[in-house]
Ligand binder design. Structure first.
Ligand code: DX5
Length: 236
């Protein structure tokens, strides 16, 4: 389990910014700004232009930003054949590695490699990938990520039809007896966060709404966390 406050036993959610909307010309300073805003972790959206139709950054950029904050870095690997390079993201300082079920031929072996390298392992599911995929590797996981957009870009609309899948995975986690985080990523805002949290998410990733909030990053983070905690309390 990742050293987090969040567990099913207490409605304390985590707010995790995606750096996709950040100022790419000053990512180190942006990590400092996010830390000061009180976010819980930082997500690096790694895209290779093949698994998703967009290209972002690799391990060297993440490593350059590592000294700017002590927050946990999670690498969301939206890349083909992640088994070939995931070790470089661990070496770059990412404590949590997120593998897409659709990106690797041998998912169980790839997730096992993550933990063998000393990192925490997470499984990401695209919108069309069913929850049942989680069952056979649940024992390997520290987190499950349910995508509520089709990956590749920020600023897309939240896909609310993913909420039953979120609930089904929350039930799997609760029945497992293990403390596994359930993260939701894509279109999270003040209007959608309650639906995701009520369905079972305890970790919320936000990009465009967070960075465009007129009150600034701290106000945005506090607002999302408050709404999500209230939603979790209502269902527990
Ligand atoms: C999409 C990324 C998301 C995205 C979130 O592929 O994985 O993390 O950046 O951005 P918003 O919050 O704008 O949907």
């Amino acid at each position: 389990m990742i050293a987090t406050q969040s567990a099913e036993s207490e409605p304390t959610v985590m707010i995790v910014p995606s750096v996709l909307p950040a100022d790419f010309s000053r990512l180190g300073a942006e990590c400092e700004r996010l830390t000061e805003a009180g976010v819980d972790r930082i997500q690096w959206d790694v895209m290779d232009g093949n698994f998703v139709p967009n290209l972002t950054f690799g391990p060297d950029v993440i490593a350059a930003c590592r000294p700017y904050t002590s927050l946990l870095f999670e690498a969301h690997l939206m890349i083909d054949r992640p088994e070939e390079t995931l070790g470089r993201y661990v070496d770059a300082g990412c404590e949590l590695i997120i593998i897409h079920a659709e990106s690797t031929r041998h998912l169980h072996r790839t997730l096992t490699k993550v933990t063998e390298l000393g990192a925490k392992a997470a499984l990401a599911l695209n919108p069309s990938t069913p929850a049942v995929v989680v069952e056979s590797v649940l024992d390997l996981l520290d987190m499950v990520l349910v995508m509520t957009v089709n990956p590749g870009f920020g600023g897309q609309a939240y896909i609310s039809t993913m909420e039953p899948k979120i609930s089904a995975i929350r039930e799997m986690i609760n029945n497992s007896g293990r403390t596994i985080d359930l993260e939701v990523d894509g279109g999270i805002s003040n209007r959608t966060v309650s639906g995701a949290a009520s369905a079972g998410a305890n970790v919320l990733v936000a990009g465009s709404w967070l960075f465009s909030h007129t009150g600034g990053l701290k106000s945005a983070t506090d607002e999302l966390r408050k709404l999500a905690n209230e939603a979790r309390r209502r269902v527990q």
